[in-house]
Design a protein around this ligand. Structure first.
Ligand code: NAI
Ligand code: MG
Length: 346
């Protein structure tokens, strides 16, 4: 049987261009010969915006939908007003393609420094809801710009939306050795949404008797992520709490250079998108200083999502070995990418 991957590639802005090139290099090196990799590059980001005023059109969405998956570098540039590309591209795509599972693994790999004392063991995954909560644009303002300005920003939580992400998180916990799932919320104060989340969580738990469950308020979770990160295996949480704790999780588990993510549509009705957590880093763009490791680890998530488990593991092992041997050597983006490509091929 011949296998193939039809990949949309969006390098984007700044270091996005540099790191995506290395991600593709590693992807090409790890795939067996019988797998045909087809890529189509898209020019979304600052260039497209300046040339045409467009961020992401309906025709673009139709083109993107035809691919098996999307690899994204980063979108954002100081020359574009803040918020235009975030809302007009990133959020628009996540909503249009119903990327309701935002997956962010945190693993402290050998040779990687953490600001936490004593090199604790860190190996957990955050499953963040991606299409609801306070991020739906459900709100408004009246008396704007006056001393009596009123602003509302409503958190939207549906039983349907919560159940599908909670179910995905249980399935991921079930597949991991420790089989533990922690719900993070603030159900004592945000009681309406909290009740919905807690109720759905407890109901879905009955279908996963092997999974140990746990509940922690989001403020306490920030303490444990620093004092006892080893207690976490899989975390499921809403869009806003997830946004915040995943940045903290990245900070304690090796930083932005190694933090990978997936914006996943589990039904596979739309392609899922894989990207490093970091942005376009205009301060170091074009200098060959960007660490491509987060992008390469995002490629591993992409491979696993498409069913290439062995290849995904090989990429992760190559990253572990490379980080372990890295010491304080200074290598360029290209040198790190090439070293990883050599490891996965060998
Ligand atoms: P950033 O992640 O681009 O940079 C933060 C700091 O980390 C900078 O000092 C940068 O040099 C460093 N850094 C980031 N990635 C690195 C890497 N791979 N290797 C070494 N150092 C790295 O965040 P910032 O500066 O807040 O945002 C810059 C632009 O990126 C903005 O336009 C922002 O909107 C956009 N952005 C886009 C994202 C996306 O496309 N999903 C995510 C986050 C930010
Ligand atoms: Mg964030």
């Amino acid at each position: 049987m011949s296998r193939s991957i039809d990949l949309a590639v969006i390098p984007g802005d700044g270091i996005g261009q540099e790191v995506v090139a290395q991600g593709l290099k590693v992807l090409n090196a790890v795939l067996p010969e019988d797998v045909k990799l087809e890529t189509k590059e898209y020019d979304f980001g600052a260039r497209r915006y300046h040339a045409s005023g467009e961020t992401l059109t309906d025709a673009d969405l139709a083109d993107l939908k035809a691919h098996d998956a999307i690899l994204l570098g980063a979108i954002g540039d100081p020359s574009v007003p803040s918020g235009v590309l975030e809302r007009g591209f990133l959020l628009k795509l996540r909503f249009a393609f119903d990327h309701h599972v935002n997956l962010r693994p945190s693993r402290l790999l050998p040779g990687v420094a953490t600001p936490l004392a004593g090199q604790p063991e860190i190996d957990f995954v955050v499953v963040r809801e991606g299409t609801e909560g306070p991020y739906t644009g459900n709100g408004g303002t009246i008396r704007k710009g006056t001393p009596h300005e009123v602003a509302t920003e409503v958190s939207v939580n549906t039983a349907f939306g919560v159940e599908r992400v909670v179910r995905d998180a249980f399935a991921r916990a079930q597949a991991r050795p420790r089989k533990k799932l922690t719900l993070v919320h603030k159900n004592n104060v945000l009681a309406f949404a909290g009740h919905l989340w807690t109720n759905v969580f407890n109901k879905v738990a009955e279908e996963f008797p092997e999974v140990t469950t746990d509940y922690i308020h989001v403020d306490a979770a920030t303490i444990y992520l620093v004092t006892d990160p080893g207690r976490f295996d899989v975390i499921v949480t809403d869009n806003l709490f997830g946004d915040i704790i995943t940045d903290l999780a990245a900070a304690v588990s090796g930083g932005i250079g190694v933090a990978a993510s997936g914006n996943i549509n589990p039904s596979r009705e739309f392609p899922s998108m894989f990207e490093p957590v970091h942005g376009s880093a205009p301060d170091i763009a074009g200098q060959g200083k960007a660490d491509p490791t987060a992008t390469v680890l995002s490629v591993a998530l992409l491979l696993r999502h498409l069913g290439y488990d062995d290849e995904a593991s090989r990429v992760e092992e190559a990253v572990s070995a490379d980080l372990g041997a890295r010491g304080d050597s200074t290598r360029t983006t290209d040198e790190i990418g090439t070293a990883l490509a050599v490891r996965v091929a060998g």
